[in-house]
Design a protein around this ligand. Structure first.
Ligand SMILES: [Zn+2]
Length: 387
């Protein structure tokens, strides 16, 4: 059962993103008008929610705000469908920030990039909320920002609301877009690893706090029952109670003591909950240097080719990461036959696998395998270009 306060906050948020506010008929009975575009979906123009059974009995025509109520579930479904993904575009610097000429970019196996184009590439801001149900601490928000080019995690993310105010809603004309979605798997992994790291300190704090509180609670329970048992002993002497009654009372107190201790253990069990609640895509103005793929295919069969990115704000080429093992800051990136960049080691491994699949006696030698052999030999190395 979800707490009413949590449900109320959800409804508040749901309304707030639509610029609406509930009318509180009672603290636990809220009413609000639905936005026009959602009226048909709900089959009504106004919703009244009760946040507990008692309120519902006072307002029998209201809906009980709880998971499982069909009207409330529809509210949840709308929120889920919209997701919370925002995309906005950083302003390109003045025209003075022209990307370096092709010949200034590093070469790939002696070849400079084939072309350069102004583009946008995403920095991913993952927004998490962290809840501490086991200690009395307010929820917190943590943002982990990962650069889509380098997998660098920003040491600090500026306030997202402030940041978003500085961005533009539409891309500039004449700029391409390196598609930010689906989120590259390496970006997700990096974000989660970064988040976990930042959680460690918090988890320690929760463990320590829960432990202290539990200790206090258990001591107080102990004091209470020890006193009652002591009293039971003395009382029975004074009032000449039967020995069996006295023993029964003491046994009962001991059971109660045990039960309350178990309850306290459960209640103070350390808990931390984390949820990914939003994703902000900050599209950075960059220049994409595209290399011709290592292979002679044309059209559809042409390899994807490699991509190197120059950042217009910091005015530098961004070191790529290995798409196979996730290593960052590659200084000698290798172009993959099927596109993208890998590190030296992974390029070697992949070349070996390609080679093995061509061993005679296996499927090798079939006409299908030939192009793969050609491509496998096409591994190229990025070497510093002439400057
Ligand atoms: Zn690698």
């Amino acid at each position: 059962m979800i707490k009413a306060s949590v449900l109320q906050r959800f409804v508040e948020d749901w309304l707030e993103v639509r610029g609406l506010e509930p009318q509180r008929l009672e603290p636990d009975v809220w009413s609000f008008r639905l936005p026009k575009e959602l009226r048909e979906r709900f089959g009504r123009g106004e919703l009244v929610f009760s946040f507990n059974q008692r309120a519902l009995s006072r307002h029998p025509r209201s809906e009980l705000a709880t998971v499982g109520n069909p009207v409330f579930d529809r509210l949840l479904a709308v929120a889920r469908e919209e997701g919370r993904v925002g995309i906005a575009f950083a302003r390109p610097p003045s025209s003075a920030a022209r990307p370096p000429a092709l010949s200034k970019a590093i070469s790939l196996g002696g070849q400079p990039p084939a072309k350069v184009e102004p583009t946008y590439q995403a920095v991913y801001h993952f927004v998490f909320t962290i809840g501490y149900p086991s200690i009395e601490a307010p929820d917190e928000t943590e943002v982990v920002s990962v650069d889509g080019a380098t997998l660098e995690t920003w040491a600090q993310t500026p306030d997202l609301a402030d940041l978003w105010g500085t961005l533009e809603p539409e891309p500039r004309k004449g700029r391409s877009l390196l598609p930010p979605l689906p989120i590259p798997p390496r970006v997700i992994e990096t974000a989660l690893a970064g988040f976990e790291k930042r959680m460690r300190r918090r988890i320690k704090k929760v463990l320590a706090t829960s432990e202290t509180r539990l200790q206090q609670e258990i001591e107080s329970i102990q004091g209470y029952y020890e006193q009652l048992i002591e009293e039971a002993r003395n009382q029975s002497r004074r009032w000449a109670t039967k020995v069996e009654d006295r023993e029964d009372r003491i046994r009962w107190l001991q059971l109660e003591w045990k039960r309350r201790t178990e309850e306290a253990n459960e209640f103070w069990r350390p808990r931390v909950s984390a949820r990914l609640v939003a994703l902000g895509l900050q599209m950075m103005p960059r220049a994409a240097y595209r290399y011709a793929g290592p292979g002679k295919g044309q059209g559809r069969s042409a390899p994807r080719g490699a991509l190197l990115v120059w950042d217009e704000q910091s005015r530098r080429f961004l070191p790529p990461y290995c798409e196979a093992c996730g290593r960052v800051g590659l200084t000698e990136p290798q172009a993959r036959p099927r596109g993208g960049m890998v590190c030296l080691e992974c390029a070697g491994k992949e070349r070996e696998i390609e080679h093995q699949s061509l061993e005679p006696g296996e499927k090798g030698g079939s006409p299908r395998e030939k192009p793969r052999g050609r491509r496998a030999r096409g591994h190229l190395t990025l070497v510093p270009g002439d400057r």
